[in-house]
Design a protein around this ligand. Sequence first.
Ligand SMILES: O=C(O)c1ccccc1NCC(=O)[C@H](O)[C@H](O)COP(=O)(O)O
Length: 256
Amino acid sequence: MLSDLTAGALADAAARRESVSYADVERAALDQIPALNALEFLAPADRIKVIAEVKRASPSRGDLSAIPDPAALAQTYAAHGASTISVLTEGRKFKGSLEDLRAVRAAVDIPVLRKDFIAEEYQILEARAAGADLVLLIVAALEQDVLSRLNTFALSLGLTVLVETHSREELHRALEIEAALVGVNARNLSTFELDRDLFGTLVDEIPTGTIKVAESAVRNADDVRHYREAGADVVLVGEALVTSDPAATLTSFLEI
Ligand SMILES: O=C(O)c1ccccc1NCC(=O)[C@H](O)[C@H](O)COP(=O)(O)O
């Protein structure tokens, strides 16, 4: 499944490249105002922080929410305490786009993450050109040399990298590239099963000073508490926000 998602994302990037060349997107990326330092926004604090996601649909859950105005949703998230906005830009299964990312970027003054299946430099340039401050790199989708190369490339553009892991081996690969922002995703990308305890089994191996993000499977405030008690600095939440009153739900998450 992950290889299909990545192959689809690469094919879509290749299609966009027909009209926007590498040189064009590089110029647009370098013309942007500097990226916000997401590590400052997500730094450990005496309360949990939330990366709030703009998520219309997913392979595991199908359609979640139409989200006619992603900018307005992002403004609601920001107004109710989100520290960063995640925008799913994958079009085939998640019904997202770079247009969503641009709209969100223009609407909020907190960091914006391009959440996609990134496997080449062109996609990172697209992210920066659209105003992203962070990109996601999924360890399971990348050979170690490619992970390292893309991480270095993203950092060179001033981006922050969220390095996503699903196992001890992947976590060690993330630490090998000295990731400053490490995510443990509860969703098994082959079976889509959720394991809220995975974060807790890996967290002790994440060094002090590294920001620890628990990704996926937050459905209510108890789940946020569970991740917080296990040691999460940040939770990344999609479905629970887009399928409810996002202001009330986010407020309840930040009260724990
Ligand atoms: O959400 C999916 O079904 C999915 C399937 C395959 C790869 C990635 C997938 N989701 C991306 C994410 O990581 C989540 O959108 C994010 O962590 C939020 O998860 P949730 O709060 O459970 O919606």
